[in-house]
Structures are given as C-alpha cells and as structure tokens.
Ligand binder design. Structure first.
Ligand SMILES: *Cc1c(COP(=O)(O)O)cnc(C)c1O
Length: 344
C-alpha cells in the first residue's frame, strides 16, 4: 500500500467511525429535523463560544458563507497572499458574492497584525474599494502549517475594532493550532465574528465543516447554503462521523505533529535549505527545492515510484502532510524514500 502524504484529507473512516455513522439518528436537515446535525452544530458552536453553527459539505463553502455574511458586493476582504480563501477557492468570493480581495504577504503565512492593518482601507468613499473584513488562516496551510500567535490575533482584533472591520477565521486546521499552542478553542473563537472549521482534515471525518457565528448570521447563512444547492437531507450520517472525530481524534493530532517534525529533521539533515524543522509546528512539512536541481513535480514522481505520494504545490515547493492513517513504521519508510529521492 502506498504511503499517501499529499494531504490530511486522504484518511478513510475507521470501523468504529463507520459504526457511529450506521447508528446515527437522522431526519430531514432542510426542515431542521436531523438531531445528529443539530447536536453537532450546537456542540461545535459551544466549543468556540459562538451562538450557532451551520454544517456544510466543504470548508470552502463554510468560508464562502462566512465572508458573504461580513462583506457586501463591491466591498473588499483582505487576506494573506497564500491563503486558501484567496488561492484555493477558485475565485468564489468574486463569483458568488461580488467580493474583491487584496492581500498582504507573510513569510510562512505567519500573521503580523500590523501587516494586515496597514493595507486596510475602510470607508474609502465613492472612488476606492472599502475594506470591510480581514481573514486569518490558522493553521496556515500553504505557509507550512504555521500556528498564528494569539498575541497577534488580539492585536488584529484591537486594530480591526478601531477601523470597524469584521474578522473571519479560516480554522480548517484550528484543531492542530490548539494542540500545538495549548490555546483553548473558545479563546480563538472570541476574537472572530465568523469561524469556519473542517472535520475532514486532521480529524478524519469523510466530509464536513461548520461555519460559526451569531444566531442571526448563521440563519442567514442557512438560506444562502440552500440557495447554493447545499441544503442536505439525512446528513446526520455525516454529522455522526464528525461527532466521532471530535470525541476521538483531537488529542492524537500531537502524534501527527511529532511525525511531521521527525520527517523535517531527517530532511534538514540531508540539506538544511530544504526545510527548517523549527518552522514545522504542526502536521505540514513544506519543502523549498530552490537549491536543488529538480522540480517539485520531479521529486513527487521519484517518490511515487517508490510508493510515497507527496504534493507538488509550486514549481519548487513540495508538501507532505501527516495524518491519522500514517504510523511510525510508515514514517521511517517515508524518510528512507525521501533520502534516496532527494540525493538521486
Ligand atoms: C482544506 C482547507 C479548506 C477547505 O477545503 P475544502 O476542500 O473545501 O473542504 C479551507 N481552508 C484551508 C486553510 C484549508 O486547508
């Protein structure tokens, strides 16, 4: 069996998770009748200190519903240059909501509140686009799983309040940030007007995200979810998998982080320009191949021939993501394959 480190989305539901799915009480969620979905939405909202939540099939939809609630058509959302909302949602903010984006760059995606606030332009009058919201990604995916410092988040909230801007948290991997930093979920939640979280990344559910906010925004978002065609019926089957993931798979993320660090240390020992292990805080190892004569695609091909799947996300940027279907034995094997592929 191949070792698949392309993403933490590649995990398959365990037998125990499948049993939880099979046992779930369900109902028609468009009518608000699915008890498992309702309890999931309430549970996740409570974890983050929010009034309400709405279950969505994808994290992209959770993000899009959130920013739609914060930013009017023709207004602006600002975000980091390599954020998922800007780069990986295929222009959805513009296509669906008429939202324009402007970006600030950050090394490893690491938030500095001052960088974001510097480009914010609220109330720009009739000639320029007005900024109405700022998005923060935690952990930062393309930045290499970077955990955002709570001090910078607090600074950003202060600055945003002064400018009357809303804040959105793309918390697809907030679970990893929590495990790495020890910061409580509710502490993250309190700084943001809207929050999106994914159950289908490190937590290992097959599908599912939740968008969290006030009751008012969430009931509006529910209407938009239906309008987008994502009103779902007996979807408690999926919410049951999410409940199982929340019950069982949060604290074990520490193992994914330990294995990612182990991989980073082994790779840095081959060539220290590839990765700085100190920057590997969670489950993502980003490799900078700038000093190597091969491209990321070539590295990915070499690895694949030996049974290790990795992602080539840029011409010279490769990514490995550890997850719950990846153990210590596979970790040692992956390191051996990488050693050969990198020096060949
Ligand atoms: C995966 C991810 C999402 C959501 O992705 P979907 O594939 O739409 O579920 C959003 N933000 C970040 C940072 C992600 O890594």
């Amino acid at each position: 069996m191949a070792i698949d480190l392309r993403s933490d989305t590649v995990t398959r539901p365990s037998q125990a998770m499948r049993e939880a799915i099979a046992a779930a009480p369900v109902g028609d969620d468009v009518y608000g009748d699915d008890p498992t979905v309702n309890s999931l939405e309430e549970r996740v909202a409570a974890m983050f200190g929010k009034e309400a939540g709405v279950f969505t099939p994808t994290g992209s939809l959770a993000n899009q519903l959130a920013i739609r609630m914060l930013v009017n058509p023709g207004e602006e959302l600002i975000a980091e240059t390599n954020s998922h909302i800007v780069r990986a949602e295929l222009g959805a903010a513009a296509v669906f909501s008429g939202i324009t984006t402007r970006t600030w760059p950050a090394i490893h995606g690491l938030l500095r509140a001052a960088d974001a606030l510097e480009i914010a332009r609220p109330d720009s009058g009739p000639y320029l686009v007005s900024t109405t919201a700022i998005a923060v990604e935690n952990t930062h995916n393309f930045g290499g799983g970077t955990v955002q410092p709570i001090s910078e988040i607090a600074e950003l909230r202060k600055g945003a309040d002064a400018l009357k801007l809303a804040l959105h948290l793309d918390g697809a991997r907030i679970w990893n940030a929590h495990i790495a930093s020890g910061t409580p979920f509710a502490e993250y939640g309190k700084y943001f007007d809207t929050v999106s979280v994914c159950l289908s990344k490190g937590l290992g559910a097959p599908i599912g995200s939740v968008m969290l906010s006030t009751k008012e925004r969430v009931s509006k978002a529910r209407v938009w979810r239906k309008r987008y065609g994502a009103g779902m019926r007996q979807v408690g089957l999926l919410a049951a998998a999410a409940h199982y993931a929340l019950d069982n798979n949060i604290s074990r993320l520490a193992e994914d982080h330990r294995r990612a660090k182990q991989i980073a240390i082994a790779i840095a020992a081959i060539d220290s320009t590839l990765v700085d292990p100190a920057t590997v805080q969670t489950n993502i190892v980003g490799l900078d191949l700038a000093n190597l004569p091969i491209t990321a695609a070539e590295l990915a091909t070499r690895c694949r021939e030996k049974g290790l799947w990795i992602s080539a996300l840029g011409p010279k940027y490769a990514r490995l993501v550890t997850h719950l279907d990846f153990d210590d034995a596979q970790c040692s094997e992956a390191i051996e394959i990488l050693k050969v592929a990198l020096v060949a």
